[in-house]
Design a protein around this ligand. Structure first.
Ligand code: PLP
Length: 421
């Protein structure tokens, strides 16, 4: 039984094996207390170790100048390598299939250059309706870049009348219906608005069955839900590091390229010197020879000051472990849901549009508010809640297992209960 009392919430916290990770993060303050920070789906909190990591890179630069590329524990020349193993564990990949570089939308375009290769009638992109705008713009402009009309080639899968989320069977139907006209199936992992975690394994399988490439944008999935990109046979994926991965605003992106492509130097790509064979990168010769694996898609030398915080964050994930995090995450959001359900029973007018099944969601619950939802949101903000409002009327709440507590969830629901419109 999930009980609606502070002492019960505190009891859950006391039993939580991950409870000490909260101390590794800075919380924004409200009237001298930690905010109820439920916005890790938008920007994760700052790990306390970030400052030391940045200071260390500054000192390295100060002491060594250009020689910093070759000296120290993490020479800048090979910096990207120090991330692959840990990042690969988060997305279920082999280390060589993952590289940390650039930012998310940049990587999405780079991957589409390689994996959206329309040919004849096989020129369509199937994507989720209501995708994050950057993804919509990327699909639209990639289509135009190939001289195609996005209105003809970009197919969006929409929810059924009266529903908010997509049914897997409908997604598969659309893929099968367009069959040999599909060049690429490009989906989010977890939808940013509804919080729906798509059945990525089944979607990938069906995309492959019709001979299409399959790519995922894991912005809201990486560090949130279990992923097995390699086993699922996904062609490529991209994600950012500043949401669930707590690596700071504009933090670096990750890219996954399946090994079946990574070792194929003939795949067309937009290249830069950092993707060139490491052995002869500094010979400055003509003729691009890609490095093996995802690293062969790199353009530029590593952005040390953006990547150093990411390493701090990945070390924390490594200590906590994705399995334990997922277990707590499901408990936290189930507790939140039960408290919200109580309020609905008491006559509050809102609806949770995120799917209920564990397999269909991550940490986030999206609350569709009735009229006056913005006033409710403002009330929460005035009372120390950091959450996120999405037009027209959704409040997104993400209890994050690394640093949120059951007490956070309890206090949040308590404020909702107190609110009188
Ligand atoms: C957050 C998010 C982005 C942001 O893209 P950036 O290039 O990192 O600014 C893009 N796509 C999705 C699905 C997102 O959730």
């Amino acid at each position: 039984m999930l009980k609606n009392t502070l002492s019960y919430a505190r009891e859950l916290d006391a039993q939580d094996p991950l409870k000490d990770f909260r101390k590794e993060f800075y919380f924004p303050q409200h009237n001298g207390e930690d905010c109820i920070y439920l916005c890790g789906n938008s920007l994760g909190l700052q790990p306390k170790g970030v400052k030391a990591a940045l200071d260390s890179e500054l000192a390295h630069w100060q002491e060594h100048g250009v020689e910093g590329h070759f000296r120290g524990d993490m020479p800048w020349m090979y910096y990207h390598r120090f991330f692959s193993e840990q990042a690969a564990r988060i997305v279920g990949a082999k280390p060589g299939e993952v590289v940390i570089m650039n930012t998310l939308t940049t990587n999405l375009h780079l991957m589409m250059v390689s994996f959206y290769r329309p040919k004849g009638k096989r020129n369509k992109i199937i994507m989720e309706g209501g995708a994050f705008p950057s993804d919509q713009y990327a699909m639209e402009t990639q289509a135009r870049y190939h001289g195609l009309n996005p209105e003809e080639v970009v197919i969006e899968v929409e929810p059924r009348e009266g529903e908010h989320c997509l049914r897997t069977e409908d997604i598969l139907d659309v893929i099968r219906k367009h069959g040999d006209e599909v060049a690429l199936v490009m989906f989010g992992g977890v939808n940013y608005y509804t919080g729906q975690y798509y059945d990525l394994e089944t979607i990938a399988k069906t995309a492959r069955e019709v001979g299409a490439n399959i790519g995922y944008d894991l912005a809201h999935a990486a560090g949130n839900v279990p992923l097995k990109l390699h086993d699922w046979g996904v062609d490529f994926a991209v994600w950012c590091s500043y949401k669930y991965l707590n690596s700071g605003p504009g933090g670096p992106s990750g890219a996954f390229v399946h090994e079946k492509h990574g070792d194929n130097p003939d795949i067309p790509r937009f290249a830069g010197w950092w993707g060139h064979d490491e052995g002869e990168r500094f010979q400055m010769k003509k003729g691009f020879i890609p490095m093996k694996g995802a690293a062969g898609w790199q353009l530029s030398n590593a952005q040390i000051f953006a990547m150093a915080p990411h390493k701090v964050s990945l070390d924390i994930f490594e200590k906590a472990g994705m399995e334990a995090l997922r277990e707590k995450s499901l408990k936290l959001s189930a507790y939140l849901r039960s408290l919200l359900d109580d309020l609905v029973t008491q006559g509050r007018e809102f609806e949770i549009i995120t799917p209920k099944e564990d397999s269909d969601r991550g940490a986030q619950l999206s609350i569709l508010t009735g009229e006056g939802g913005k006033a409710l949101f403002d009330f929460l903000t005035e009372n120390g809640v950091v959450a996120d409002w999405r037009e027209p009327n959704v409040i997104r709440i993400a209890p994050v297992p690394l640093y949120n507590s059951f007490e956070d969830v309890y206090r949040f629901a308590g404020l909702l209960e107190r609110y009188k419109s």
